[in-house]
Design a protein around this ligand. Structure first.
Ligand SMILES: [Zn+2]
Ligand SMILES: [Zn+2]
Length: 350
């Protein structure tokens, strides 16, 4: 089968690899749709610290598919033909974070497309540990494969959005209008924010933010972002800010534009070394700010994102800009690495 493979030390290639073998606790899943994430691109560009030189992994952790073959111990629960979604992180099962059902916080987590074979391929093996940890969910009829493939990134945004507790009437600032920033706009509006402002430097992304219902779109290249937010909030500042980008300077801006008791989620990580950018922590002290961060999503966040998607409350497919058949996965990665468009979805061979 065709697969997008990353080899630590050598890089990305499109390969013909064997269809995965499964054990009695596993599922063989025919991938119906998968999406390329910034994390996949970071692995391609910088490698993965969980891999050692020469390790090969099939990329892709945002996916859905139907059970092609179930291991003997799973057949009763996940019969052939059932469509599933998978929260991609697998915890060790022994640590405190795992005991709290937060495999995304486990120091020894494994994940599809990171250090076990992922879903940018025709088939993926869903390992028994995923099922054991409640990370594999049957999907109801009516959710399209491409929507199902985007539940995972939405689950991470659910996790981040929850951490800043957006409430009715809150004024919210979101830095970055890539797919993640746009999901944050949708969730903030859904949570009852009275202002969803977006700060972004790329013109096509600013346009997207407006189309997604941002009330105020600020071009980061023009004027003073903090002043613009103060002007839009009667000089009071914002209740919540989310940095959905990997730009160090916006973290300081977020602290400056928050009202007293404001909350900020540092959603986007920074490239190595960039976290040396200074933060004025007196802003946190004197304004009693709450500073949070997050990485990934837990199975509970995945279920929440699944419900939001299935109910139609959030239409995740609106962030899709490109669709490629899996046979053209190389071209899809080229486009993603060029930074074109928004979300790129790979469609499985039926
Ligand atoms: Zn992702
Ligand atoms: Zn653990």
């Amino acid at each position: 089968m065709i697969a997008a493979v990353f080899e630590q030390g050598s890089g990305f290639s499109v390969c013909d690899v064997p269809i995965p073998e499964i054990g009695p606790d596993d599922l063989l899943v025919r991938v119906e749709a998968s999406a390329i994430c910034g994390t996949d691109l970071r692995v391609v560009k910088n490698g993965q610290r969980k891999l050692t030189n020469g390790d090969r992994v099939v990329l892709g952790h945002e996916f859905t598919g139907v059970v092609e073959k179930a291991g003997a111990r799973q057949a009763a629960h996940f019969p052939e033909g059932v469509r599933i979604g998978v929260a991609p992180n697998i915890g060790c099962g022994r640590c405190r974070m795992c005991a709290m059902a937060l495999p995304n916080m486990c120091p020894d987590y494994r994940a599809y497309g990171i250090n076990i074979d992922g879903a940018h391929a025709e088939y993926v093996r869903v390992v028994g540990d995923s099922i054991q940890q409640g990370s594999v969910m049957r999907l109801p009829e009516g959710v399209s494969p491409e929507a199902a493939a985007l539940i995972e990134p939405l689950s991470c945004v659910v996790n981040g959005s929850r951490s800043v507790r957006i409430g009715l009437g809150d004024r919210v600032v979101i830095f970055g209008a890539g797919p993640i920033g746009l999901f944050h706009v949708m969730l903030a509006r859904n949570a009852g924010a009275s202002l969803a402002a977006v700060v972004e430097a790329m013109p096509h992304r600013l346009e997207a933010a407006a189309a997604f219902g941002a009330d105020l779109c600020i071009d980061a290249r023009e004027g003073d972002v903090v002043e613009r937010i103060l002007a839009a909030t009667d000089g009071e500042g914002a209740d919540a800010a989310i940095t959905a980008c990997s730009v160090a300077s916006v973290q300081q801006q977020a602290l400056e534009l928050l009202a007293p008791l404001g909350r900020v989620c540092l959603f986007g990580g920074l490239p190595k070394g960039a976290s040396a950018a200074p933060l004025d922590t007196n802003l946190i002290h004197y304004k009693n700010l709450v500073v949070t961060g997050m990485t990934g999503g837990a199975p509970a966040d995945f279920r929440c994102a699944l419900n939001l998607t299935v109910s139609g409350r959030i239409d995740v497919t609106r962030v899709i800009s490109h669709r490629y058949p899996i046979a053209e996965v190389g071209a899809a990665y080229d486009a993603a690495l060029r930074g074109e468009g928004m979300k790129i979805v790979l469609e499985g061979s039926a």
